[in-house]
Ligand binder design. Structure first.
Ligand SMILES: NC(=O)c1ccc[n+]([C@@H]2O[C@H](COP(=O)([O-])OP(=O)(O)OC[C@H]3O[C@@H](n4cnc5c(N)ncnc54)[C@H](OP(=O)(O)O)[C@@H]3O)[C@@H](O)[C@H]2O)c1
Length: 334
């Protein structure tokens, strides 16, 4: 397995990480047994980075990871580098209630995550969305205290803009920024990537398949449950969806020429954007995981990259990456 460092101060991890969110929430029902088998298969293949959030299924995802690690063959579970997001507030009905980045809340979230995961430390800890009411120095400072106390190893950020990354990095060492980055979500390139590169902060890229939209497996007739993220995502609606799936067909031709799949091209493109970038893939089954891992063997030549750029130029997608209310919570979009 290829490895990459998470920034200049973070751990060295597998060049692809496994994002576990879809095993508990947002993309419709997932099969628990298959989810756990997927985590085991990932560890067995050399994937070390497992990404979760305490609010993914209100603790469900952390408990799932705990079960997967406790049932993993000896030698595999020690490989896991667990990244946890916190801060998102939920209601019992699954509703969203904003974000809490106050130091007391940070300590509280961490205490519960350690218990649910059944671990004595969290490898990378980050607030899911920058709390607009709490200076980032206070939130990051509280995580830094958890590092001092041995409960957390590294500090990360999520969907933070360039100015916030600078303020956070001036407070404590920041391993990585987790942010959406894909062929059709390239907003990070203008101001954020130059800042993270200057500061030695790595990138864990999420949504590299745009939540399945550019995986090559998504079809316009797919029925979505009301609580499926994609039922409310602008890119998955009506004319936007038709336009975006047209981009996928252009990618499919390039993939076919290379004898690989659309998902592999999309993941390989993110991998090719820099050694400082670790894509997370949201595989929920061993079959999808195996396809995603195949991207590590795809070598994109300059001519391939040019063809991909022609097929899906920056800004080609129709629709924002989040619905309006969620977009307004993104520090990275300010
Ligand atoms: N920091 C943040 O704000 C934030 C936000 C969102 C996610 N994340 C993290 O990033 C991770 C990845 O994000 P994501 O799940 O939205 O992204 P993704 O990898 O772009 O999309 C995952 C979806 O793509 C479909 N897919 C089709 N072919 C696939 C393949 N070969 N491999 C993997 N998936 C395939 C899957 O649907 P089927 O299972 O139906 O095939 C899956 O539900 C999450 O699990 C989470 O840990 C972070």
């Amino acid at each position: 397995m290829l490895t990459r460092p998470l920034g200049s101060t973070g751990p060295r991890v597998s060049a692809l990480g496994l994002g576990c969110m879809g095993m508990s929430a947002l993309y419709g029902d997932a099969d628990r047994g298959e989810s756990i088998a997927t985590v085991h298969a990932a560890l067995d293949a050399g994937v070390t980075l497992l990404d979760t959030g305490d609010f993914y299924g209100m603790g469900h995802n952390e408990l799932l990871i705990r079960e997967a690690l406790s049932t993993a063959p000896a030698g595999l579970r020690e490989r896991a580098v667990i990244g946890v997001k916190f801060g998102a507030l939920r209601g019992p009905d699954g509703s969203w209630g904003g974000v809490d980045g106050r130091p007391a809340a940070v300590r509280n979230f961490a205490a519960y995550s350690l218990q649910r995961l059944g671990v004595d430390h969290i490898d990378v800890y980050r607030i899911a969305r920058v709390d607009p009411d709490v200076p980032v120095e206070e939130t990051v400072g509280a995580i830094a205290e958890l590092v001092q106390a041995g409960y957390v190893r590294h500090i990360g950020l999520s969907e933070a803009g360039a100015d916030t990354v600078r303020r956070a990095a001036a407070t404590a060492p920041i391993a990585d920024l987790q942010i959406e980055y894909s062929l059709i979500s390239r907003g990070v390139e203008e101001r954020i990537l130059p800042a993270t590169r200057e500061l030695g902060v790595g990138i864990t890229a999420y949504g590299v398949l745009s939540r399945g939209l550019i995986s090559g497996h998504y079809t316009a007739d797919r029925r979505l449950a009301a609580n499926d993220f994609r039922a409310h995502s602008p890119r998955f609606q009506g004319d936007n969806l038709r336009h975006n799936l047209g981009l996928v067909e252009a990618l499919r031709e390039i993939a076919a020429d290379k004898g690989v799949t659309v998902a592999q091209i999309a993941i390989a493109w993110v991998l090719a954007r820099g050694e400082d970038i670790v894509p997370l893939v949201g595989a929920r089954t061993r079959e999808r995981l195996s396809e995603a891992l195949g991207a590590l063997d795809v070598k994109l030549e300059e001519s391939d990259l040019a063809a991909i750029e022609r097929a899906v130029p920056a800004g080609a997608a129709a629709g924002d990456r989040y619905a309006e209310e969620q977009m307004s919570m993104l520090d990275s979009e300010r």
